[in-house]
Design a protein around this ligand. Structure first.
Ligand code: C2E
Ligand code: CA
Ligand code: CA
Ligand code: CA
Length: 281
């Protein structure tokens, strides 16, 4: 359409009006959903590519709307970020994930040998109370900080690198691990990798899924893996959808993998059985 090519259209088309309306009602309803427990947390395993064992779970928010059905986080997270609701949602996510891991420990009667990863939005990083929020969730759940991985995208850093350095240092002081999410898709310079205390690089799904057909993707993944190794960082490949990919990534030295080949994001009750099923005798 012409309007698209020239930037913002001057008149709203009916389609855009209905999109704007949907956006508005999502914002109003999300506010309620957070309060009324319509949000749930799912847990996708991260698998050690050498041993096949589960090394962690990433907490991914799910919204089951009573009338609209499942609404994807790719739709409601941006709305939450623009409306400021992300602070509320982010606190809910942190509390939920840490409580759940502490509950699993209690159920298993041991300190389980895996971590929980929680996504943090750039908006949360821009707030001074982020460390109190994370520290509070750790205290409330009784978990030590080393059980928690915080996943941040490059945009959180690029917006204000000095601030990101301060915040990262404080999060590290809690003993939490910091992972750079969607690595390779943002605009951060390699200098940030050197300056910031990053523990894990998560290689974006776009590079991983390209590996089977596109030699350039293989070259990129190989380069990221050797960069991570040189800098002493761990690595996770996102979007591992086949055995072939898992094998190739393992051969290239990638530490862990996450994707539909291993498991989709699981319901809370499915996570511990999955961990058990992959334990080596
Ligand atoms: P992300 O952090 O990059 O999470 C990985 C996404 O890839 C998840 O989508 C996951 O379900 C999907 N995925 C995992 N394995 C595969 C695979 O093999 N193939 C394909 N095609 N996809 C795979 P999901 O759950 O829809 O979440 C989308 C994004 O929403 C997340 O991307 C994250 O940026 C955001 N998000 C989700 N939950 C939260 C949250 O609690 N807080 C914040 N701030 N963001 C969240
Ligand atoms: Ca993530
Ligand atoms: Ca990611
Ligand atoms: Ca992603």
């Amino acid at each position: 359409k012409q309007a698209k090519a020239s930037g913002r259209p001057e008149v709203y088309e009916p389609k855009e009006a209905s999109l704007a309306r949907r956006r508005f009602s999502i914002e109003t309803e999300l506010r309620r959903a957070i309060e009324s427990d319509q949000l749930a947390m799912s847990y996708q395993p991260l698998v050690n590519l050498k041993t096949g064992e589960v090394s962690g779970f990433e907490a991914l928010a799910r919204w089951n709307h009573p009338d609209r059905g499942e609404i994807s986080p790719t739709e409601f997270i941006p709305v939450a970020e623009e409306s400021g609701l992300i602070l509320h949602l982010g606190r809910w996510a942190m509390n939920k994930a840490t409580e759940t891991l502490a509950g699993w420990d209690a159920e298993a009667r041991e300190r389980l040998p895996f971590n929980i990863a929680v996504n943090l939005s750039a908006i949360q990083i821009a707030r001074d109370d982020i460390t109190e929020m994370v520290g509070g969730a750790l205290r409330a759940s009784g978990l030590t900080g080393d059980r928690l991985t915080l996943e941040l995208t490059e945009s959180a850093i690029v917006q204000d690198p000095r601030r990101a350095t301060r915040v990262f240092d404080k999060l590290k002081a809690l003993d939490a691990r910091v992972a750079m999410d969607d690595f390779g898709t943002g605009y951060s310079s390699l200098a940030y990798l050197q300056r910031l205390p990053i523990d894990v690089l998560k290689i974006d799904r776009s590079f991983v899924s390209g590996m089977m057909t596109d030699p350039d993707s293989v070259a990129i993944v190989r380069a990221v893996l050797s960069l991570a190794e040189a800098l002493g960082m761990s690595t996770t490949a996102e979007g591992v959808e086949s055995r072939e990919l898992a094998t190739t990534l393992a051969a290239l030295g990638c530490v862990s993998g996450q994707g539909y080949f291993f498991a989709r994001p699981l319901e809370q009750a499915e996570a511990l059985p999955f961990w058990l099923s992959r334990l080596r005798p």
